[in-house]
Ligand binder design. Sequence first.
Ligand SMILES: [Zn+2]
Length: 320
Amino acid sequence: MFLAPVAAIAAAAVAVGPAFASTPASAPARTADNGNSTGVDGEANAPAKRSLRSAWVGTRTGAMVKSPAWVGSARLNAGWAYGNGGAHRAWDVGLWLGTPVHSPRNGVVIGLNDGVANNRPGYNPGSNASSNWVLVCHTVKGRQVSTYWQHLSPGIKVTVGQRVSGPRMGSNGRPIPGTGTQLGLSGNTGNSTGPHLHLASFKGCASASVAGNNSTAAWTRYNYLNRPETLFYEPSRVWNRPTIDARSLIATTRKSGRSGEVVKFRKAVLAKSRSARAGSGFRKLVRQAKRTYGWHNHGGLPNRGFLKKLAWRTENLGVR
Ligand SMILES: [Zn+2]
């Protein structure tokens, strides 16, 4: 695995996702269109087991959700639990068939499956049906986290082993949706009752191997259900994180080397370089930064290439 180990950083404030408060269980409103406002996994129709009827946590079903992974807001057709109370522990996002889906954070593609045609409207081929999916490994606060993007249309846009980028940052410091590397188009493949995106996140990453449903990475796709200790819920935790854009950082640096953003960035990088968990590669980079750009000299101007390189090693800073 070529991902550099990264240490946890307590520096920048983290934008947190929706609170993990319990919300009253209520079945999603169902309409007859079988469209993106109702599409969920086929399991949603399986009989609920009492043991799986956990309290509903996170964003409630029916809420509109946003992400850098898609443009605009979409209906959450199922969240922590299905309408029947069965464990879901993922998001079923009501995206129209063919909606571009982008990586919400830097990462590496560790698995995928492609070539399955979208289901005919109203027809679900069942729980053994193959789907198109992508599995991406990210580093979130120094910890490896996998994201699983399922039911995609045929025509995956990435390859196994490919590095993917998160979104560009707007001038307001917020990520611009739809500007990260495109993974594919949302769809309705596999065990699915209608067009939707199934998005799960869990701790740990398999190593990238080969495409297809029979790979080391593919076998980890349901860790979030089978191994509760790997739960990393909700998926929004992957993109709700400190964000510093290299381009805007440089622009700010040109104006004033003492600006808040630059000072925050320096503090975080220096704290990380002192951490026991910082890799030798990272320490080398920081030494190079100090030498080349004069980190002790507020007039120093790190260039974009350097910051991008640094970004891969400080991903938990959200540097792009
Ligand atoms: Zn789902």
